[in-house]
Write a protein that binds this ligand. Sequence first.
Ligand code: ADP
Ligand code: MG
Length: 293
Amino acid sequence: AIPLVIAISTAISARAGILVKDRLALERMRQVDAVLFDKTGTLTVGRPAVSGVAVASSSLGEDELLAVAAAAERDSEHPLARAIVAAASARGPVPAGSDFRSLTGKGVRAVVDGAEVAVGGPGLLRDLDLSVPSSVSDRVGEWAAAGSTVLYVVRSGAVLGALALADEIRPESREAVALLRDEGVHTVMITGDARNVAESVAAKVGIDEVFAEVLPEDKDAAVTSLQSRGLTAAMVGDGVNDAPALARADVGIAIGAGTDVAVESAGVVLASDDPRGVVSARVLSQASYRKMV
Ligand code: ADP
Ligand code: MG
């Protein structure tokens, strides 16, 4: 027979939309004292849209800048790429590109009209030894301070301009973080995005600590670093990138419409993409296991 406490907690979890894949993970959830949230797609909706275009020199139009960027992004499945292609297509034809290469966690490169084009964040500029043109630095600073992702478009070694991509913060994120903090849980956000962008989103959501500009292959090391501080860490994520960190965490929690890989690596899966499900999972763990120790 199934122990009554497990039967009851299974019924409660089903109602709350919490799929428990690993009962030990749920049991550990009540001891969690740090929760690491992925930014994009977890605390935010994960559907960015182009919200700003800044050309570095007046010899190039905004539509032309977008078209060059979109030509380089055509082959990428990344949500940032999809947003750029959509915005450019709405304004005119997008030229073909060739020799596409993805620079994981940094951007893309391709050949467009015979010229080498790269699109990516500040990490890409650093790798190319380029700096932000002074003609766009004010706008770029405003975008990042507002929490928008900033991408640069580089052609033949020159920065042509910058794009802002805005992604909505989920309306429930702030409450989820506040509820955890009320319980004394340390809240952390991790992202591949730039530090100033990440700090802005973290401030809006009420997050305590930020890991920014983290390459996909280093996300699990962030979990390890929290654990080495003696914290029992849950990781909440949705993406392929998040899978190793979900597996590494004391409790891996995949959110809503997460990718299959994320769901496979998690011990707990939230049916909806509401981050408050993390709080429910903690309450469920406390209710299920309190009397069993
Ligand atoms: P996240 O942690 O937000 O899911 P990623 O690891 O997917 O982020 O990407 C991190 C950063 O790499 C982005 O903020 C962006 O600067 C850059 N980047 C990734 N993919 C692309 C792309 N297709 N085009 C331009 N920049 C990209
Ligand atoms: Mg994500």
